[in-house]
Design a protein around this ligand. Structure first.
Ligand code: SF4
Ligand code: MG
Length: 321
């Protein structure tokens, strides 16, 4: 399996400004705190975890919307931080994003045609006429009609707007689309349609997806592999099957025990997480999960476990292994 993206020791710490004038705060929010994983070409890698675990910051780091405090993101073998201006532009084209809020990228004063053509204009691709042609083609691709091109965002439902955002993301023929909770803001009845669209587009255009979600039913349907995040760190990676059938990390166990099994007689007992997610400003020492873990040992309070491979494709950061 060929890796299209490699994330290595990636960190993003946001400094906190002190409330006292002229007193410098040495604290920071450790949104992403030493993350490692690969994304394979053509797969859907799910990134799951409770809200505030750093998933969205991670997405923005990969898409170069924010710059890392440390570590690197490699795209097709090249570190994004060291690319020439020309290569940065190429990478920007190749990695697109679809956000949770369908309105976020749709300026209400612009027509759908303008909005879908915008990435082509920005990258100086085609003529006015060829872009128009391309917009019509993209509208059909996402299940809308070219007849919608002259309309404005407010004339569309949430699901349709998300289709428009997907058309925009496809305009530049990307290799990778990062989907940050792409259906969480939609009605449940519409979610399946958008998910099915994403799946069929992946086949048609040989796309690689990074799929960020807290909804495990959506993840189950969509993802080949999963990286589980807790407080800015990846605590386990594996195929969906591995994590669903034999989760190793106590946090993964708790998270995935919430998904119903197809055979109800196999249903494992639901593990209920107690306590709140600790603050990413002062994460607990050692294993950041130790205050909520039912298997906690002395070493967990002092030593931070590193991610290690325990079987092919399955990596876990926990002192139990
Ligand atoms: Fe629990 Fe220790 Fe494993 Fe952390 S390292 S998940 S505290 S057993
Ligand atoms: Mg988020």
């Amino acid at each position: 399996t060929e890796s299209i993206i490699k994330v290595r020791d990636l960190k993003k710490h946001f400094p906190i400004h002190s409330a006292i004038p002229f007193v410098k705060s040495h604290q920071s929010v450790k949104a992403v705190d030493g993350v490692n994983f690969d994304v394979y070409k053509g797969e859907t890698l799910g990134i799951v975890g409770e809200s505030g675990c750093g998933k969205s910051t991670l997405a923005r780091l990969i898409n170069q919307l924010v710059h890392p405090s440390a570590g690197s993101v490699e795209f097709k073998g090249k570190d994004l931080a060291t690319l020439s201006a020309k290569d940065v532009r190429a990478a920007r084209k190749s990695i697109q994003m679809v956000f949770q809020n369908p309105d976020a990228s749709l300026d209400p004063r612009k027509t759908i045609e303008f909005l879908i053509a915008e990435p082509l204009v920005i990258h100086n691709i085609g003529t006015k006429e060829s872009r128009k042609q391309r917009v019509h083609e993209l509208l059909e691709t996402v299940g809308l009609s070219s007849y919608h091109a002259r309309r404005y965002p407010h004339e569309f439902s949430g699901g349709q707007k998300q289709r428009i955002n997907i058309a925009r993301a496809l305009a530049l023929n990307p290799d990778v689309i990062i989907c940050d909770e792409p259906v969480s803001a939609l009605d449940v009845s519409v979610q399946a349609q958008v998910i099915n669209l994403l799946k069929s587009l992946q086949k048609e255009f040989n796309l690689t997806y990074i799929f960020i979600s807290h909804d495990l039913n959506v993840v189950r349907y969509m993802c080949d592999r999963i990286a589980v995040m807790y407080l800015g760190k990846v605590v386990e990676t594996g195929t969906f099957q591995q994590l669903y059938e034999d989760p190793k990390h106590p946090y993964t166990k708790a998270l995935l025990s919430a998904i119903p099994k197809e055979n109800p007689f196999e249903q494992k007992e639901r593990v209920i997480l107690t306590g709140d997610v600790p603050s990413p400003v002062n994460p607990p020492s050692g294993c950041a999960f130790h205050e909520r873990c039912q298997y906690v040992m002395d070493i967990c309070k002092t030593d931070s476990p590193v991610l290690q491979t325990i079987e092919p494709e399955n990596q876990v950061a926990c002192h139990l292994y």
